[in-house]
Ligand binder design. Structure first.
Ligand SMILES: [Fe+2]
Ligand SMILES: [Fe+2]
Length: 289
């Protein structure tokens, strides 16, 4: 069961309307790393968590906080749109600056949402469920969570530099702080999984090491120009990952099989690609002639 309280987690009001900034804030609501993503990511991780206790509670606490962030941002968008465009459109006709500002706004915030936020990103693309990660493996998921909070904090920091409005900045200062502590908590929770003996770092999942191909689990393929990749610390010392400076393909040509005739793929039986089993047999025959 979820309950709603009418109070915002943090209160901030813009000094003046800013329709263009209201559009930019959409990225923090419905973008790939916005508050809707972390809300749904944490909710599904929590619902799918098979262990009652501290991990599940941490996930659900944070999920519920993130819903509150969607609410804060949606409220801020509505406040930034106050007076725009319905009452400002008439003014815009006379004032080119105003016209430019309204021209950069998200028209759907006015036309579809009646002067409010949408579950979209800053380009109007609807939020998608496929943005979220909820695998049931807490090590893999907590890493995704730390990454999501990092991307979210980065975008918040960029948006912080795109406004002079003290009220908006006040809210973003709070958001930056929460993104800081959320990164810290997910990293600490990863260490805790290890301390509790539930998961081992650094490789997730911690299994099938004997079964995996032993010749290919410690090499970096040098596949771009220049030697610089090999100068990294990752290929030095005791834990060095070997840099394969001249890697060779392990397989033959990636030739697709003969197409189903009912699908009308262009095909000639006489022109088997060189390197295929058939092609090689034909080559050998020709040499014998
Ligand atoms: Fe958040
Ligand atoms: Fe967060």
């Amino acid at each position: 069961m979820f309950r709603h309280t009418k109070l915002l987690q943090f209160e901030a009001k813009p000094e003046k309307p800013d329709a263009v900034y209201a559009r930019k804030l959409q990225e923090l609501i419905g973008g790939a790393y916005g508050e809707m993503t972390v809300t749904m990511q944490y909710l599904f991780q929590g619902w799918n968590c098979r262990m009652e206790g501290k991990y599940k509670d941490l996930i659900m606490d944070t999920a519920t906080e993130e819903i509150g962030h969607v609410e804060m941002l949606a409220t801020m968008v509505a406040r930034l749109l106050e007076g725009a465009p319905a009452t400002a459109t008439a003014e815009a006709v006379k004032d080119p600056v105003m016209a430019a500002v309204l021209g950069g706004m998200d028209p759907q915030q006015a036309i579809v949402a009646g002067g409010g936020a949408m579950p979209n990103n800053a380009q109007g693309v609807p939020w998608m469920g496929s943005y979220i990660v909820a695998s049931g493996n807490l090590l893999a998921d907590f890493r995704a969570n730390a990454a999501a909070e990092a991307q979210g904090r980065l975008q918040t920091a960029r948006l912080y530099n795109m406004t002079d409005d003290p009220g908006v900045k006040e809210m973003l200062k709070f958001n930056l702080a929460r993104d800081t502590v959320h990164q810290k908590q997910w990293l600490a929770a990863i260490a805790e999984l290890e301390a509790d003996g539930l998961e081992d770092t650094p490789i997730a999942p911690n299994t099938l090491f004997d079964e995996e191909d032993q010749t290919h689990n410690n090499t970096i393929w040098h596949l771009s120009d220049g030697p610089d990749g090999a100068s990294g610390g990752w290929s030095k010392g005791e834990q060095a990952i070997e840099y394969l400076m001249e890697p060779k393909p392990l397989g033959g040509p990636g030739t697709a099989p003969k197409p189903d005739p009912a699908l009308y793929g262009t095909y000639s039986a006489a022109k088997d690609a060189a390197g295929t089993v058939k092609g090689k047999a034909k080559e050998a025959k020709n040499k014998l002639k």
